[in-house]
Ligand binder design. Structure first.
Ligand code: CMC
Length: 427
């Protein structure tokens, strides 16, 4: 028998269906609540609110489980490439060899970005933050691709996916080049996706650029780990913008802005800045733990805590090991890795952090790897954005395919009640 939730209001009992997900998570379907009762729910930060039914990513924050389309993040990080995972997220199945080869080829076919985009990049001061530039450039892509994607046309959807994955990567590298004052590089269609990114980022015309396979592998793995995370802040932003039937580039541009914030993707930059600060201050980890616990101090331990994970973040476990491996393979000794490990140990044994289930999240160790790979700190959140792109695309497509209504929350008004207008001469 179908499960029912009962709600008693003003002496009347209302019934609402209970929805059970494929991993047995339960939700009370309140879509008729206001119509039937006149009441709405109030849930700041949507801590208890499911906005959708999705078949893309499963996350169990209590058990520390994350899977894309049923495949565990551990198996994908170990065995699949970023483009394989992108295909899986967007199209629902792992690609065959033929499908993957075609996907890579089709992505390459869009790798030339309109030269006029360079004029837009030139308009930014060198001091502009990469995420701000990336958000603007992504939005600007609409001007060069004004025709909206017909969501019911498979070929158009496929081409839009390939185009977005291709052009976004080029633009992300151009953001860095602009800041460095280096010429903007082009995609090399004889090379792979991640290798191309490194070339576009670091190759200079005066020297041969040798790609280190260890670096390519590490970066590929990091992108896989960031590829999707169900209804997080930036993905929800992408979807809410897209729910007004705004275009894919405009929606993704908004997602980049949402990701930029230090409570979300911007935390990877903030972690390194925090670790540097601790180092510069003499390395006293306990002092910063005390600051993080002090409610009168706005300081938070960056890279700690998560809205959904209340046990551990499985991505953090994989990244911590990857950080050790990469630093060892590249022969890099980074003193802030020691500070990070010490901080983690102290925090994990501290009552404040234990009681609130605060564990290192994906951003805690990722910056240490990016640093070892030669990526500048201000580009870290751009790296997160490149990784999250297939997640944004797949969630946007799913939302449109499911014909979800425009996202438009309600509110409880607590302002002044009706007042008479007072003329300016009498105020
Ligand atoms: N340092 C110190 N205290 C913290 C921290 C932290 N990093 N995170 C949460 N708390 C405390 C918070 O003060 C509150 O304490 P109390 O109950 O006494 O008022 C309690 O823990 C619950 O925190 P919350 O802010 O209500 O939790 P939330 O689910 O709204 O926030 C979060 C989640 C990720 C925004 C938050 O943990 C945070 O600010 N962390 C630091 C930033 C960070 O690392 N962000 C990256 C998230 S993972 C990558 C991504 O997906 O974006």
């Amino acid at each position: 028998m179908a499960e029912i939730a009962k709600l008693e209001l003003e002496g009347k009992v209302y019934e609402f269906p209970v929805i059970t997900g494929s991993e047995n998570e339960k939700a009370i379907d309140i879509s008729n609540l206001r119509g039937e009762t006149g009441y709405i729910t109030l849930d700041p930060g949507f801590k208890n609110t499911g906005s959708t039914q999705s078949a893309i990513t499963f996350l169990d924050g209590e058990k520390g489980i994350l899977s894309y389309r049923g495949y565990s993040i551990e198996s994908l990080a170990e065995k699949a490439s970023f483009l394989e995972v992108s295909y899986l997220l967007v199209f629902g199945e792992l690609p065959t060899k033929t499908q993957l080869t075609k996907f890579e080829k089709d992505i390459r076919s869009y790798s030339l970005v309109n030269e006029e985009m360079k004029d837009i990049i030139d308009g930014f001061p060198k001091t502009a933050h990469p995420m701000g530039i990336l958000s603007s450039l992504t939005s600007a892509l609409t001007a060069f691709n004004p025709k909206p994607v017909d969501i019911n046309n498979e070929t158009q959807v496929y081409n839009a996916v390939c185009k977005t994955l291709s052009k976004f990567l080029v633009l992300a590298s151009w953001v860095h080049r602009k800041r460095e004052g280096f010429p903007l590089n082009y995609y090399d269609n004889s090379k792979g996706y991640v290798e191309n990114f490194l070339r576009m980022m670091f190759a200079i015309p005066t020297e041969e650029y040798k790609v280190n396979p260890v670096v390519v592998d590490a970066l590929d793995k990091l992108l896989v780990l960031h590829a999707d995370h169900e209804q997080n802040c930036s993905t929800s932003t992408v979807k809410i913008v897209g729910s007004s039937h705004a275009g894919l580039f405009a929606s993704i541009s908004a997602g980049v802005s949402a990701l930029w914030g230090p409570l979300h993707g911007g935390a990877n930059q903030a972690v390194i800045e925090m670790l540097e600060e601790i180092k510069a201050d003499g390395g006293d980890v306990d002092k910063f733990i005390l600051k993080a616990k002090d409610k009168d101090d706005p300081f938070r331990l960056m890279g700690f805590g998560h809205r959904v994970y209340k046990n551990f973040d499985p991505r953090a476990t994989i990244i911590k090991k990857a950080a050790d491996d990469v630093l060892k393979e590249l022969g890099v000794k980074d003193p802030i890795l020691d500070i990070a490990k010490k901080l983690e140990q102290v925090a994990l044994n501290d009552e404040y952090f234990k009681a609130r289930n605060l564990y290192p999240n994906v951003d805690f160790y990722s910056g240490i790897i990016y640093r070892a790979l030669g990526i500048p700190t201000e580009m870290f959140t751009v790296m997160f954005a490149i990784g999250r792109l297939p997640g944004w695309i797949s969630q946007w497509l799913e939302m449109r395919a499911n014909k979800e209504p425009i996202g438009r929350p309600r509110q409880v008004y607590v302002g002044s009640t009706k007042r008479e207008f007072v003329d300016i001469s009498k105020r």
